[in-house]
Write a new protein. Structure first.
Length: 456
């Protein structure tokens, strides 16, 4: 039997609601910064966007041809990026139109996707062992970061956009400098595959969730292991920092979520809700809520409740003499911390007939004044109580004939080919222009040598 905490006070996290719409394991979840939407991706090849506002339907975005491994809202919330086993990245406008543009991104499964803090750059990692950078608005490839020798499961930007952290099945965590596109440090101390990484909000350390059931925090100033938690009973699939920087949320194949108190260096909470592996976890931008997803095909929304107001505190860094002792103190096992289980039925945000709005793929070009064309963000504090009265209305089925859908898909494929062709032609034209300029310069130099200018 699951042991739950005796305290029912507001300091403990509570399960507020859950969403059912995926038909396979949920792989990732992420809140829109405006707290109006939560997005989730799944092994069922779909992206779901759950709308919190009353009378707003949920959307199922169709377009990927294989499992969607990761997704992320842009910082403004106007775009949603997804990464798939079909080797592509898609950029969606998270509305009922579901318009998207496609990046033929990698030569193997795309495992993770992330936006830079300014929303201008996309970061992707792949089973082709590379990490790639893309410009968002021009949808152009920028650079490739090469160095891992096995699948790159995860890559994330630092909050200032100057660093990238990546984790791989080669059991290394690498730090990359964006300006030079070079690897500046490699942490070799992992004994398992690295499933997820995330920078601390103040950028001083990186957390990793690993297949050997451990959670590790790496100090970026000392380039050393800062804290080590052995609190889960199986692989850790996802990690997420509370915005204050004081807590770390983890999701594991042992079916639990755990919250670590990083200042005290201890296990704080163990949360029981999913039946089967918990595969995704993420705090909202304010830290007031967090979401989780699992192999049970459910997306759950939890209210944090406990206090975390201290803004982006630094995790205590031990001196060299204290370092070994601190690691032992922080090698937390599953003993300790409060256990919270679902004691009452949360709000079920599905309907009796959960047929979603199926939104097909449609290409679009991002206009320069996009933020002005899309509904303005609201104050997150203003919407903080939206969970109390939100209702999801019955979802409307789509009625596009299969023949028309196939024709549209073919047209999209042809447009992809045309886009690639135009891109190649642009590159060749640039090369030709450079060569022509070089020839003209050489001709001018030869002319000057043959017919030197008379000084008189």
């Amino acid at each position: 039997a699951v042991v739950s905490t005796q305290s029912t006070g507001k300091e403990d996290p509570t399960l507020e609601r859950h969403f059912k719409g995926h038909k396979d394991t949920v792989t990732c979840c992420h809140f829109n910064a405006n707290m109006k939407q939560l997005a989730s991706s799944g092994m069922d090849s779909t992206v779901m966007v759950w709308n919190f506002k009353p009378q707003m339907r949920a959307y199922r975005f169709l377009g990927h041809k294989d499992a969607v491994m990761s997704l992320k809202f842009s910082p403004s919330g106007h775009l949603l990026a997804s990464a798939s086993r079909d080797r592509t990245i898609r950029l969606w406008i998270p509305s009922v139109k579901g318009e998207s543009t496609v990046f033929k991104a990698h030569t193997n499964t795309v495992r993770s996707i992330d936006f830079s803090a300014d929303g201008q750059t996309l970061l992707s990692s792949s089973d082709d062992k590379t990490i790639k950078l893309w410009t968002v608005h021009r949808q152009k490839f920028q650079a490739s970061l090469n160095g891992h020798v096995n699948w790159v499961k995860t890559a994330k930007f630092s909050s200032d956009g100057r660093l990238v952290a990546s984790g791989s099945d080669d059991k290394t965590l690498k730090l990359w400098d964006i300006a030079s596109k070079e690897c500046i440090h490699t942490f070799f101390e992992h004994t398992g595959f690295i499933n997820d990484v995330e920078f601390h909000p103040n950028g001083t350390c990186v957390a990793s969730g690993n297949s050997d059931s451990s959670v590790k925090l790496w100090d970026l100033r000392m380039k050393k292991l800062l804290q080590h938690y052995q609190a889960h009973g199986s692989a850790v699939n996802s990690v997420s920092f509370h915005p204050s920087g004081n807590f770390l949320l983890t999701a594991s194949s042992d079916s639990t979520l755990k919250i670590m108190d990083l200042i005290e260096g201890r296990l704080f909470y163990t949360l029981h809700g999913h039946k089967g592996p918990a595969t995704a976890a993420a705090f909202s931008s304010t830290g007031e809520y967090f979401a989780s997803g699992g192999a049970d095909e459910q997306v759950m929304v939890w209210k944090t409740n406990f206090k975390g107001e201290e803004s982006k505190s630094s995790i205590p860094v031990p001196t060299k003499k204290e370092h070994h002792h601190k690691l032992i103190d922080s090698n937390i096992t599953a003993q300790g911390g409060k256990e919270v289980s679902v004691l009452s039925q949360p709000k079920d945000c599905t309907v009796s007939d959960p047929t979603p709005v199926n939104v097909g793929p449609a290409l679009f070009n991002l206009p320069p004044d996009l933020p002005n064309q899309i509904e303005e963000q609201t104050n997150p504090d203003k919407d903080a109580g939206m969970f109390n009265n939100a209702i999801t209305t019955p979802l409307e089925p789509q009625s596009i004939p299969p023949q028309l859908a196939a024709t549209l898909e073919h047209m999209v494929g042809q447009l992809d080919v045309l886009t690639q062709t135009v891109s190649i032609l642009e590159q060749r034209l640039t090369m030709t222009e450079n060569k022509l300029k070089e020839c003209l310069d050489n001709q001018q130099m030869i002319s000057l040598k043959i017919n030197p200018v008379d000084p008189s």
